[in-house]
Ligand binder design. Structure first.
Ligand code: ADP
Ligand code: MG
Length: 361
């Protein structure tokens, strides 16, 4: 359906310097594929999507869509724009139009669909994404998640053959990520061809038929989702997909801002979609502090989460300590039992600088 060969893009800056963002991108995209594009920021993921629908024309290479080279001089851009829809991080709705007007604008203007027909189809699309009751309101009264669902409906209204999503959930409050991802999941089930730039690793693994790992201006690794996540060929891919999210708190004494730290732990859990582990994390840390760790200050508390393996841990680290704080004679067996039932595992281990108790949540 789409064949990209030796695609390159160089930006020339006003000061005379230049930056080659896309070096040599090659790929083949077949109908019905759901491809997630992952990779560090600044590696050209957005530039690649923008090149694909000529928002930002590439400087070299070719893009063949349905047998036609869209980079050829004279190729009608509007024809390609009807085939390739795009959904942006920042929604880009028209604020002065109602929700339904946003959805039917392009079908009426570009495809010259009769207004009545466009309205009917637009309403059906709004119903599909759960926003029919908002047809006549303005975007300013919608939440971020609702705005992004409208943006998806607006894109669908043009009946595209493929949809490009550029980090569709990155601008959203974490509580609204799910409603947008579930619309995209639904489209995947219906067989829509999609390219999705995303940082949501779990979503990418669940929904995609294929993953492109982009790095330094090329598609560094291209493979089935399971292979790229579980058995990547390149070490850079492995490091990226297996990266661990973490937040560290240096608790210097009893006057530390514990409430502030609890807020940070809550935000961490929401940000990485582990809200279900939040209460356990807070209960475990409070119990540990009250029963054991208050005697071991200063200490470092660390919360870590691996998106891929879904393992979350709380580390209590004390420098220059040779044995486990849990073996302190004042720690009761009842407490240890309680801790054991609260957590999936309790690991006590020496580190290069001291000792660590790791609670797996
Ligand atoms: P990603 O989406 O992977 O984070 P981008 O495609 O947005 O990466 O950007 C890749 C690189 O290109 C970045 O270094 C960015 O600063 C640069 N870049 C993007 N757009 C422009 C532009 N219009 N002019 C100059 N440099 C740009
Ligand atoms: Mg980007």
């Amino acid at each position: 359906m789409i064949t990209v060969s030796h695609l390159s893009k160089t930006y020339h800056n006003p000061d005379g310097s230049s930056l080659q963002v896309l070096k040599d991108v090659n790929c083949e995209i077949n109908q019905g594929e759901v491809i997630s594009i992952i990779g560090p920021s600044g590696t050209g993921k957005s530039t690649f999507l923008r090149a694909l629908n000529l928002l930002d024309p590439p400087t070299g290479g070719s893009i063949i869509i349905d047998g036609e080279d869209i980079l050829k001089k004279g190729y009608p851009i509007h024809k390609m724009r009807q085939k390739v829809g795009m959904v942006f991080q920042s929604f880009n709705l028209f604020d002065h139009m109602t929700v339904l007007e946003n959805v039917i604008y392009a079908p009426c203007k570009i495809k010259k669909e009769p207004v009545e027909q466009a309205r009917e189809e637009g309403l059906a699309l709004l119903r599909k994404i759960g926003l029919a009751e908002k047809a006549d309101v303005y975007p300013s009264s919608l939440s971020g998640g609702q705005k992004q669902r409208v943006a998806i409906a607006r894109c669908l209204a043009m009946k595209p053959e493929v949809i490009l999503f550029d980090e569709p959930t990155s601008a959203l409050d974490p509580t609204m990520v799910g409603e947008v991802l579930s619309v995209i999941r639904q489209l995947a089930k219906e067989g829509m061809t999609m390219l999705i730039v995303t940082h949501e690793m779990k979503f990418a693994r669940d929904v995609s038929t294929r993953i492109f790992f982009m790095n330094e201006g090329i598609i560094y690794e291209d493979g089935p989702a399971q292979q790229v996540f579980e058995n990547p060929v390149h070490s850079a891919t492995k490091a990226f997909v297996q990266r661990i999210r973490k937040e560290v708190f240096e608790i210097n004494g009893p006057d530390y801002d514990f409430p502030g730290m609890e807020t940070s732990i809550r935000q961490f859990c929401i940000k990485y979609n582990i809200a279900d582990k939040c209460e356990t994390a807070l209960e475990a840390y409070q119990k540990m502090l009250k029963e054991v760790m208050h005697k071991y200050l200063p200490m470092t508390l660390r919360i870590t989460h691996s998106e891929l393996s879904n393992v979350t841990a709380l580390d209590f680290m004390v420098e220059c300590l040779e044995s486990s704080p849990l073996r302190d004679p004042d720690v009761s067996p009842a407490f240890l039992e309680e801790l054991g039932s609260l957590c999936k595992d309790v690991i006590e281990e020496p580190t290069s600088r001291g000792f660590r108790v790791k609670l797996i949540l």
